[in-house]
Design a protein. Sequence first.
Length: 278
Amino acid sequence: MITQLSRPTSPGGEFQCLPDFPSTFVLPRNISIWLPPGYGSEPKQRYSVLYAHDGQNLFDPRTSFAGVDWGLHESLLRLKEAGRIRDTLVVGIWNTPQRYREYDPQRVFEEYLNPKEQIVYGRDYGRPLADLYLQFMVQELKPFIDRNYRTRPSVVDTFLLGSSMGGMISAYALCEYPEVFGGAGCLSTHWPAVGGKMADYLLTHLPAPQTHKFYFDYGTETIDAQYEPFQRQVDEIFRKKGYREGADWTTRKFPGEDHSEHAWRKRIDIPLRFLLTP
């Protein structure tokens, strides 16, 4: 059932909400959908889809953490009017009290932590639930969106976006389901999760270059100050695997920026341009 919860202020487009979207894999959650201008008046037009994590933070300061949203729809409108991106609708997946576990890469935990490390990590953070979360996305949510909205459902038109642990699950999803997702925007990716072993996973699980796109960035303040050594290691893996910097993958450093919705709001145009090039 499509309904309306809190309607953000919008310079254009339409917001819809699927409240308590059910799942057999994970907890139910709200799904926010932004339809760009023209969706209702151009019945033959089809749209790429951007699946974005932490959906309550994307559009509306009244629902966002710390009262600051990403202004995602405003950026998309601005970039589309400038001819910088393709026609795209957004599916914002709200988080739940199990956010960390749902965004925590499960195979990294299972394949790259030894039994003792797993016990300690599980005690501190809980066992990861990312594989169940991705089953929800791929087997339940995406089919619903493709049935009920005029999407372009192919891999080249299906993208992911997230920050912090949302960046981790975006990169992980693209590696686990390269036949479903074509690109991932990972802002301030929280590389220290799962014992800092995500790079080991990427070394053996990256999809082929020239068929997928990865965007990474990080600041230098607060939690982001931890990320540069991890990101350099990841960047070297991408080079080794044949990814072309600036084409298939890019990493941006933002000196002086911290780990916050405010910081991500300021630079959201950059990953959108990289991923959604017409």
